[in-house]
Design a protein around this ligand. Structure first.
Ligand SMILES: NC(=O)C1=CN([C@@H]2O[C@H](COP(=O)(O)OP(=O)(O)OC[C@H]3O[C@@H](n4cnc5c(N)ncnc54)[C@H](OP(=O)(O)O)[C@@H]3O)[C@@H](O)[C@H]2O)C=CC1
Ligand SMILES: CC(=O)C(=O)O
Ligand SMILES: [Mg+2]
Length: 619
């Protein structure tokens, strides 16, 4: 006789659930494809081949039509008070009369029944009443913990308005104050206390089918420095964009913060700090914890789980990427995602400034993850275009760090990631002098230090460029190298400007200039989707180039006319599907895709895999 314990109950429920759901799902898919005038045999072929790395709709929730009923599965069927407290299935006033009867909700809700649209309208109305951005952030996090589908509906439908709330700049302030505003925990905390037990900790997470992990150790949170355990806001925020912008289902996303301590004295003294209260572990102790984490992740979720490293300090970031890129599906957003989004902006900007990439000269303020990551991808793209060796193409790219221009006389003392950029030149200390000496056509800020693109710097750029291209990438807004208004005013309306955190449109000399947002949020959601739908097992630089090209072609003439070099975020799901398709196509071309056979139309396939936040009807 099978013993009646939790694990056996789960197995029985799981098998039965899969059997019922599969039958239902096949019938549903056939109906949906035929309704859309499609050929079901094609889908069937692809489905028989298994859902290799596809974004699985195991319970048929996303493909269900409005009149099709789905079951709100938990371990058992959720009902009554438990159902109202389960953010995956709760609909609040959105439960209809039948559902209120069937799921023991009578009396637990007031009589009114709201549509999801009405709930959305009410919430947006309430959110707009908050003057303090952090209060909007807290209201959004509260919603995410209460009613997940409504949270994503709001975020998807109001992306331009809500991105600055759940992401930069407000998420930066939220991380700084995370201890004080902490109410319900989000994500998985893995601290040194869990050393030797990380696999068990992963098993505590309620979801088993994880496709994307965003992990930070909190040491370089945006341009705000070491925020220790309070960096959790970043993986949580990035993963909400994976869902809203890239269509990865929320249950497949796992935010992780690795806590090895913090060197932030203020936090160590803060009575509300939520992390380990000691200095950061380094060296072998750090490496062993990270290694245990990476192995546990692969053991628990398999070869195809994507691990995105986020906001690690550069002394660990490059090392982690190079250690795990050949054994795991890993991606460093600050190095690689940022590189891809900036390259896309540059490719698009050529329509406004003219020439090819090879005709331009690039100067960076900041030679860390973002700066050298972008520089390397530009050099690679030019090398592919011109067939010139990388050593040659790097020569048009210059970087300034906290000690001045990176030149060959400094080579011995440079960190390894800066060495390729140490070109022959006399030492130059200040950015303004470097601008005057190098005469760049493109100036990129990736220093994490605000107000460093001064009036003199922007004027110098404008003195030898008809249309100076200026990107102030540092986040949040307080760390931006200059504001949009400064860039347009100081360049007398000639600058083409984009920034990491959003700025409002600026009126200068009777003309309205719309600044773009050069942020990796354009890339990572679609990039991750492309890896997942192709079942990619490794990330390759050519996939980053493919993503850049896919994004650059999405900039329409009407965007260029406003001075934009990125498309608006309003179309981001469509854009993500195109990025995903190009990334997946590259994975197939490189032999790195494991989902076979290759879907015929990758854009359509990517779109069909995307999570939809529309409520489902419960039987
Ligand atoms: N828009 C976007 O999508 C993204 C934006 N970012 C932003 O970019 C910034 C930097 O991130 P990241 O590259 O990871 O950080 P790093 O710490 O890796 O690099 C920072 C670099 O800036 C240099 N620097 C610091 N202060 C100065 C200064 N006063 N003058 C000149 N150089 C200076 C540092 O010099 P040294 O090496 O000498 O210390 C270092 O080279 C952050 O604000 C981050 O938010 C990052 C990723 C994506
Ligand atoms: C956008 C981002 O990844 C950063 O500022 O770190
Ligand atoms: Mg980052």
């Amino acid at each position: 006789m099978i013993p009646l314990n939790r694990s056996n109950i789960l197995k029985v429920v799981g098998v039965e659930r899969r059997r019922v759901v599969r039958k239902f799902f096949v019938a549903l898919m056939e109906k949906t494809v035929k309704m859309n005038g499609g050929d079901y045999s094609v889908v069937e072929e692809e489905s028989k081949a298994g859902f290799g790395g596809g974004v699985e709709d195991v319970y048929g929730e996303d493909s269900a039509t409005e009149d099709q009923l789905v079951t709100p599965w938990t371990v058992s069927v959720a009902s009554g008070y438990t159902l109202l407290r389960d953010p995956h299935h709760n609909k609040g006033l959105g439960f209809n009369e039948k559902e209120r009867d069937a799921h023991y909700l009578r009396g637990l809700l007031p009589p009114a029944v709201f549509t999801q649209e009405l709930q959305e309208k009410k919430l947006m109305h309430n959110l707009r009443k908050y003057d303090v951005p952090l209060h909007r952030y807290m209201a959004m996090m509260d919603l995410q913990e209460r009613n997940e589908r409504l949270f994503y509906k709001l975020l998807i439908d109001n992306v331009e308005e809500l991105l600055p709330v759940v992401y930069t700049p407000t998420v930066g302030e939220a991380c700084q104050k995370y201890g004080s505003i902490f109410s319900r925990p989000q994500g998985l905390y893995i601290s040194l206390k869990e050393k030797g037990k990380i696999l068990e900790v992963l098993k505590n997470w309620p979801e088993k089918s994880i496709q994307v992990i965003v992990v930070t150790d909190g040491e370089r949170i945006l341009g705000l420095g070491d925020l220790g355990c309070q960096g959790m806001g970043i993986p949580v925020g990035k993963l909400s964009l994976y869902t809203a912008l890239g269509g990865i289902r929320p249950s497949a996303c796992l935010p992780v913060t690795i806590d090895v301590g913090t060197n932030n004295e203020q936090l160590l003294k803060d009575e509300f700090y939520i992390g380990l209260r000691h200095k950061r572990a380094t060296g072998q102790e750090y490496a062993e914890l990270l290694d245990e984490f990476m192995n546990a992740v692969k053991q628990n979720y398999g070869e195809k789980v994507l691990v995105q490293f986020e906001d690690f300090a550069n002394h660990n970031a490059f090392e982690l990427l190079s250690r795990y890129r050949s054994t795991h599906l890993v991606f460093n957003d600050d190095i690689q995602g940022t590189a891809s989004v900036v390259l896309a902006g540059l490719i698009a900007a050529l329509k406004l400034v003219g020439g090819t990439l090879a005709d331009h000269t690039f100067l960076f303020l900041g030679a860390g993850e973002a700066g050298t990551g972008i520089a390397e991808l530009i050099a690679l793209e030019i090398s592919k275009q011109t067939k010139a060796p990388l050593e040659e193409t790097r020569k048009k790219i210059w970087l300034v760090d906290s000690r001045g221009l990176i030149v060959s006389s400094r080579k011995e003392s440079l960190q390894h990631f800066k060495k390729p950029w140490a070109h022959e030149h006399e030492p130059v200390k200040a950015l303004l002098d470097a601008v005057k000496a190098i005469k760049p056509t493109v100036l990129i800020g990736s220093s994490g230090v605000g107000k460093t693109f001064t009036k003199e710097v922007v004027e110098a750029m404008s003195s030898f460029n008809k249309k100076p291209l200026i990107l102030a990438l540092s986040n949040p807004t307080s760390q931006s190298e200059c504001t949009a208004e400064e860039a347009y005013t100081w360049s007398k309306g000639r600058a083409i400007f984009a920034s990491g955190s959003p700025f409002d449109p600026v009126e200068y000399d009777g003309k309205v200039f719309v600044p773009g947002q050069a942020n990796n949020a354009y890339i990572f959601p679609g990039f991750g989707l492309g890896l997942i739908i192709s079942g990619a097992i490794r990330v390759h630089d050519d996939m980053l180039l493919a993503a850049s090209e896919a994004l650059a072609v999405q900039v329409a003439q009407e965007n260029f006319d406003k001075g934009l070099i990125y498309p608006p975020f309003t179309n981001i799901r469509k854009i993500s599907a195109h990025i995903a398709a190009k990334v997946a196509a590259k994975a197939y071309e490189l032999g790195l895709a494991s989902r076979l056979p290759r879907p015929k139309d990758l854009v359509k396939y990517a779109e069909s895999c995307m999570y939809s936040p529309i409520y489902r009807s419960y039987r």
